[in-house]
Design a protein around this ligand. Structure first.
Ligand code: GLA
Length: 388
């Protein structure tokens, strides 16, 4: 894949000089949804799908960027000092945002750079194509300009720019997974402290199957910001009766004891999800470490129900995919993954049942929604960085 991007770069911008290659992955979250801005735990892994890029330093303060995935956008020629927050949400806005964020956080960028990139993942499908796009300029700038930042900092910069440049109030999970992924592992991340643990997936007879509902989660931004506000309101109410800094500090018992402090019924449901989902994530990782995949799968199913009923971020198509998966023999667990309102489900399926799974889901999904879904076998990969 990178050869194709390199060739395009050389044809477009010339073959001379110090040309370098990079990759930043998307992610799939196995459990722990909408917990990352509530001080809870998440459990994502980086994918082998993502964005490839080739770049070379320039002598002036311009960038020339070309995205082979969106050739109609042509070459974007931009001045790095002119970047200003906006909500256009195009691929180069996510990249400009990171360069702006570097500056805002005290990192001097000495020059611009030429870049060609290519995506190998579906956009708008809840697999964090945007985080992958953000980690590309983060690793390019880190490497080309020898910036004194580590990969956790790259993740934080991606989140900072998405929050403050692109107007999406996301948590840290996606950028962290893209920056910090590790082959064959998922990352058990405590978003309150950013402490993390790589947990080997050790799936001998099972596969992680991602099913794309093909419903784009385009309108998710405003609903996402609403959920975040509702969770914060619930936290404020709870803080009148219990000393906590985030919903992640409560367990099930603590929540049941104090929940009546939350005045608004909708906010109460949101907080319930955040608390229970965080606990499910902790229990799920314990189960996985013990090799109890059945328990892990059951918690995935419960996660979906909670996202559907209490957090209300699913959609009919994702519900159909999860419900149909639950009926199939050999499915250990299945749930929506990512922000919701469209996008993908993630399922753990016995390897010898994957074909049957695909066939049955395709047929029943089409029958019930009129839509065609798409499948990817997740291959947990390494995080963003230079690859050549
Ligand atoms: C989106 C956000 C993440 C996270 C998930 C939900 O992917 O970018 O920070 O909140 O939704 O778990």
């Amino acid at each position: 894949m990178i050869e194709k991007v390199l060739e395009e770069f050389k044809n477009r911008f010339g073959a001379e000089g110090d040309i370098r290659c990079y990759f930043a992955p998307g992610r799939v979250n196995l459990i722990g949804e909408h917990t990352d801005y509530n001080g809870g735990h998440v459990f994502p892994c980086a994918l082998s799908m993502g964005n490839y890029a080739v770049a070379r330093k320039r002598d002036d303060r311009k960038v020339r960027w070309f995205n082979m995935t969106y050739p109609d956008n042509g070459v974007k020629v931009l001045e790095i000092d002119s970047f200003a927050p906006n909500d256009n949400g195009l691929w180069y806005d996510y990249q400009a945002g990171v360069i702006w964020a570097l500056k805002e956080n005290g990192h001097e960028i000495p020059s611009g750079y030429d870049m060609v990139m290519l995506s190998t993942m579906p956009a708008g499908s809840g697999l964090s194509a945007s985080a992958s796009i953000e980690e590309i300029p983060a690793v390019i700038c880190k490497d080309l300009f020898d910036l004194p930042i580590d990969m956790v900092e790259c993740a934080k910069l991606g989140q900072y720019s998405e929050n403050n440049y692109n107007g999406m109030n996301c948590g840290i999970m996606d950028q962290f997974a893209s920056a910090m992924g590790k082959k064959d592992c998922a990352i058990f991340l405590d978003t309150a402290t950013l402490e993390y643990d790589y947990v080997p997936l050790n799936l001998k007879d099972e596969k992680i199957v991602i099913t794309n509902s093909k419903v784009k989660h385009q309108l998710a931004g405003s609903a996402y910001n609403d959920r975040r506000r509702e969770s914060e309101e619930a936290l404020k109410d709870l803080q009148t009766v219990v000393q906590i800094a985030s919903l992640g500090e409560l367990d099930e018992e603590g929540f049941e004891k104090h929940k009546d402090a939350i005045g608004n019924e909708i906010n109460k449901k949101r907080a319930k999800h955040a608390v229970y989902e965080n606990q499910r994530t902790i229990h799920a990782v314990e189960a996985l470490k013990k090799g109890d995949l059945e328990a892990f799968g059951k918690l995935m199913n419960e996660s979906h129900v909670s996202l559907r009923d209490d957090y209300e971020v699913s959609c009919p198509e994702l519900d159909v995919l999860a419900e149909e998966a639950w009926k199939i023999d050999g499915v250990i667990g299945s749930r929506m993954t990512g922000g919701g309102f469209g996008g993908c489900t993630v399922s753990i399926v016995k390897s010898d049942r994957v074909d049957a799974f695909k066939e049955t889901i395709s047929k029943n999904y089409k029958e019930r929604t009129g839509l065609d879904c798409e499948f990817y076998i997740a291959d947990a990969g390494d995080g963003a960085g230079r690859i050549g």
